[in-house]
Design a protein around this ligand. Structure first.
Ligand SMILES: C[S@@+](CC[C@H](N)C(=O)[O-])C[C@H]1O[C@@H](n2cnc3c(N)ncnc32)[C@H](O)[C@@H]1O
Length: 231
């Protein structure tokens, strides 16, 4: 059940009506989608897998650059929209590993990577996240982005904690779930998974976390370094 409020979308930025004017103002100033991203958003609409908002995508690129990411892992490729933003933020020879369970979605994502000229920098793995993640290298990633099955987010987090190096970041999309996480009457597995995720990052000493009200909510967690854990 969606909260009873009208929501507008500006370049994919979902906001409550009272904030429309501000969102329009910010979207014009901060988020520029080129043809590659616009086409990826169109593929996603055809395939029925909603991409992150444009400002969330811009944040992913920003985060990848901020941590100097050489290697990133994404759970849930969709049509490749978020993957392009992340890959564009990687260091020059950086590689994005992206996991997708649906072959049709992966096909669309590969079209997007091809159009972006990023095919050689993106390793697309077909499979269910919980089958693929155990095969990835401990501490081998600077950034993890979670955007597949919401009920599995707590399990994705356990893998991300193993995969991301100290100083790296774990980012999860949809943590506000159009407000459903704040409605106690909503108790479906996806909403509960998102609530459990929020509680876990808030209570984990290994992480510095903040939830940003960008798009549908981005949970951003930085892995503390050894010396920071002791401080
Ligand atoms: C919301 S879409 C991802 C959108 C994409 N991150 C973007 O912003 O462009 C979620 C994707 O996760 C995939 N998915 C769902 N469950 C999965 C699972 N268990 N393992 C891997 N992928 C999964 C879906 O097929 C879908 O393509």
């Amino acid at each position: 059940m969606r909260p009873d409020r009208s929501v507008a979308s500006v370049k994919g930025v979902a906001v409550a009506t009272q904030a429309d004017a501000i969102a329009t103002y910010l979207a014009e100033l901060t988020v520029v989608e080129d043809d590659v991203l616009r086409h990826a958003r169109e593929r996603a609409a055809v395939g029925g897998m909603p991409p992150v908002s444009a400002d969330s995508g811009a944040f992913l690129r920003f985060a990848a650059r901020w941590v100097g990411a050489q290697a990133a892992v994404e759970i849930g490729s969709g049509a490749g929209y978020s993957g392009v933003w992340i890959a564009r933020g990687l260091a020059p020879k950086g590689i994005l590993t992206t996991i997708e369970a649906d072959p049709g979605h992966q096909r669309l994502a590969k079209e997007t990577y091809e159009e972006a000229g990023l095919s050689s920098r993106i390793r697309a793995i077909l499979g269910r996240a919980l089958d693929v993640l155990p095969r990835l290298t401990d501490g081998g990633y600077d950034l993890a982005f979670l955007d597949a099955k919401k009920s599995e987010y707590p399990e994705y987090l356990e893998h991300a904690l193993r995969l991301v190096r100290p100083g790296g970041v774990i980012i999860a999309d949809n943590v506000l779930w159009s407000g459903r996480v704040a409605d106690p009457k909503v108790t479906d597995p996806d909403t509960e998974g998102l609530r459990a995720y929020g509680r876990r990052i808030a209570g984990d000493e290994r992480l510095d976390s903040v939830i940003l009200t960008v798009g549908d909510g981005l949970a951003v967690s930085r892995m503390r370094r050894h010396e920071e854990l002791e401080a």
